[in-house]
Design a protein around this ligand. Structure first.
Ligand code: GLU
Length: 429
């Protein structure tokens, strides 16, 4: 990430542009430009060596007019109140665009999880819930995984909450392990959702995806399943994936022009998305610098790691062959990069549309928790495909009708739905 970029300013700039285009009322703007509620708190934790460490935690509830706030908790050393505010804001638009009855929230813990033991992680998870349990809940705010967290951590957090309220409450958090209140398909959901929307984008552009090439940024959960999906659901080839190497503290691009093997790469990737260089090299992968993915001669770019990777500068490196950008990450494209992409006529599937598959499956998880009845994986993925396809066309139709860039069209669809809910509840008129 470019640390000069403030994601919350970026989120507000994107919103302001569309608010102007829509002629949005000043009061409505004032509600939507800022989160409704913000929590910053300290989590004291006993470390394995007996010392006491205090971690910074956050939770932001941007808007809950359409339903309980919803969104993950990110574990990252670079987390700040502003990154969490931005991500919470994007969650409001994401849930609205996916047309699920939830609002937007996000949380954070300032820590590099790779520096923690399993037991330390568990204590921070439980400590986070101990600080926040009065302000979260199945009908209030439902956290989930994000960068740096996993299903097991959600299981611990659900357990801590259930103990505090004295009742088994699986619906307090999603992304739980299957068999522990989780939904089948949740692991694949975000990455596959990116590919369902990419498939529809190909359809919209009248291009057959078979044999088309893609370059992927990131190799965590979202990127892994986007790579598998692009290869297996669309019949395309992913020619490279770029990932952060936590040992060398820099990024590398792993390239194979006749197509990477996503399952092999996944098998040599650690839980934080770092691919084993030596094993990749031995298998014939070319290892290039971390920015090489950006300028590859491909049809599709899939930034699926963190915010701020496509900037005014780096957007200039994109190959003329690129037709589609599918944003698996939250906030990968700055407004300066948007201007370049727009001018080049590249079809952009904006983040809160492309990556809405995760939260949509989380919504299904909550529904299954409420019913206490669980669907098969095929059932979950079929429902997910339907939701993602509907969301894609709602945005694309808006983009065509109003002749606006896809990101702005996605904002228009989302803002309209949130404002409707606020009106129905009498928050605005
Ligand atoms: N953290 C994911 C996102 O950014 C999923 C959120 C959720 O499942 O609530 O969309």
């Amino acid at each position: 990430m470019d640390h000069h970029i403030n994601p919350f300013e970026m989120a507000q700039r994107q919103f302001d542009e569309v608010a102007d285009q829509l002629g949005l009322d000043a009061g409505v703007r004032a509600i939507l430009r800022w989160p409704l509620r913000e929590y910053a708190f300290r989590i004291p934790v006993r470390m394995d060596d007996g010392s006491l460490k205090v971690f910074q935690g956050f939770r932001v509830q941007h808007n809950d007019a359409r339903g309980p706030a919803k969104g993950g908790i990110r574990w990252a050393s670079y987390e700040t109140m502003d990154t969490v505010r931005a991500l919470a804001t994007w969650m409001t638009w994401k849930c609205a665009v996916a047309d699920i009855p939830l609002g937007g929230g996000k949380g954070g813990v300032v820590v590099d999880p790779a520096t923690l033991s399993v037991t330390e992680k568990e204590r921070i998870c439980r400590g986070w819930v101990d600080q926040m349990w009065k302000n979260i809940g199945p009908r209030m705010d439902v956290p989930a995984p994000d960068v740096g967290s996993n299903a097991q951590m959600m299981g611990w957090m659900m357990d801590e909450y259930s103990k505090l309220v004295g009742q088994y409450t699986p619906g307090v958090i999603t992304g739980k392990p299957a068999g522990g209140g989780g939904s089948l398909g949740r692991t694949e959901a975000t990455g596959f959702g990116v590919i369902y929307t990419t498939r529809e984008a190909f359809k919209h552009l009248g291009i057959d995806p078979k044999g088309k090439l893609a370059a992927v940024h990131g190799f965590g959960n979202v990127a892994q399943y986007a790579t598998i999906g692009f290869t297996e659901l669309l019949g395309g080839l992913v020619v490279c994936v770029a990932c952060w190497d936590r040992n060398d503290k820099c990024s590398y691009t792993f390239t194979k022009m006749d197509g990477v093997d996503p399952h092999f790469l996944k098998s040599i990737t650690d839980q934080y998305g770092t691919i084993d260089k030596e094993k990749a090299k031995a298998a014939g992968y070319l290892i290039e610098d971390g920015q090489a993915w950006l300028s590859k001669d491909v049809d599709v770019l899939i930034p699926a790691a963190i915010e701020g990777v496509l900037t005014g500068e780096t957007a200039g490196l994109i190959s003329p062959r690129v037709k589609i950008i599918a944003e698996g990450a939250n906030g990968p494209t700055t407004p300066e990069a948007d201007a370049v992409i727009k001018q080049r006529g590249i079809f952009d599937i904006p983040d809160f549309l492309a990556n809405a598959g995760g939260v949509t499956c989380s919504y299904f998880e909550g529904v299954q928790n409420d019913m206490n009845f669980y669907w098969s994986k095929d059932e979950v993925l079929a429902k997910l495909d339907q939701k993602m396809t509907n969301a894609f066309w709602a945005v694309t139709d808006m983009s065509t009708k109003r002749n606006v860039y896809m990101r702005n069209a996605a904002y228009m669809v989302a803002i309209d739905r949130v404002v409707q809910a606020m009106k129905l509840r009498g928050w605005v008129w």
